[in-house]
Ligand binder design. Sequence first.
Ligand SMILES: Cc1ncc(COP(=O)(O)O)c(C=O)c1O
Length: 436
Amino acid sequence: MQYTSNTLENHWMPFTVNRDFKADPRLVVKGEGINFTNHNGGRVIDGSSGLFCCAAGHGRKEIADAVANQLMEIDYSPHFQIGSPPSFELASRISALTPDEINHVFFTNSGSESIDTALKIAMAYHSARGEGHRNKFVSRERAYHGVNIGGTSLSGLMKNREIFGSVMPGIVHMRHTWSPDHRFVRGQPTWGAEMADDLERFAQLLGGTNIAACFVEPIAGSTGCLVPPKGYLERLREICDQYGILLVFDEVICGFGRLGVPFAAQAFGVTPDIMTMAKALTNGVLPMGAVAVRDSIYDTVIDTAPDGAVEFFHGYTYSGNPASCAASLATLDIYEKEGLFDKVAAMSDHFLDSIYDLEDLDIVTDIRGYGMLAGIDLAPGSGPGVTGTRAMKKLYAAGLHVKLTGDCALVAPPFVAEKGDIDEIGGILRDVLANL
Ligand SMILES: Cc1ncc(COP(=O)(O)O)c(C=O)c1O
């Protein structure tokens, strides 16, 4: 592709220090396997699967072909009152991966839209059951549930919510699960399940029968990979059952194999009522999200609507977009044919060894990890995120893309990474962090 623009000025970039970026840009112009090529022709290893999406690696011809073929078959169809085959096929394929009780899938275009859709599904379900008064939602400190208004209100990250976070009323936040005692624990901490009792306290304070749903990322991802303490998610499930509260797992990062099984629900043995997903659903190549719900939720909303009436007044112009569905179907084929979820399970120990090996560096204050996802906390500089931004730039210059959130480096390589690739990532991290 030839680019004619010689200015970066017109693109207002998301979650970016725009002035800084435009003075010293980092552009990637090609992707293949676990590697990007930057605009100077240099190799940059993709240590975070883009933004946790490109699990099958970059430049997958199977996906490109599937999308191209789909565009020449049926390029666009609305999904309001008519449909096209790929979305039905994809919903079945996703249902085969979700827990047994979860077999109905609503399509969106992003993780953020999945979250706002899940909020509405919860409201629609309770309303259909004659419990429309359940209008409170429980989230958690340090949560990231995207950037739409619902997700921003659920957010537990101060910078994401301080200006716009209180638009949606009725949202309360449990404590996050990190504790200083968890420093450098690998996998699930053994201490902290009782923090789930915050939900019980909100049920006591607000009335359990007024709470519609409790939203959690099974592993809090964007804030820095906070792995749930043993028993924590189980306890949330018990409390939700006790009060009729829906349990929503935001699987946008964990879903599609990042933990070595299809979803966190299976990794931790806890079945939620609603699962939100996006990112690795299409290997990141086309925008798409999905919300999968228990059969009982779908049946309730559908069966209680009057004959001939639309049952759920919600949907997007691009819900179930054929090209995105084709990208996703080809992606799921790759995961299956190449056994990539099993590969994550087999590679996890080697990956975590190489990340926990950094524990001796002075600048590293904590490491957490599970599956092929790890967070490395760096000692803060003159303000929050100062060290993180410096680390991100130096890592990139050294040939490694890693997503920094504040002062935490989130490492999440594509599942196609081999042991040598993991070692190379660990080596660059060590060299750069040791000399930051
Ligand atoms: C857990 C979680 N939920 C929701 C989102 C929002 O997804 P998107 O950026 O596709 O809107 C993200 C994005 O990182 C996420 O990590």
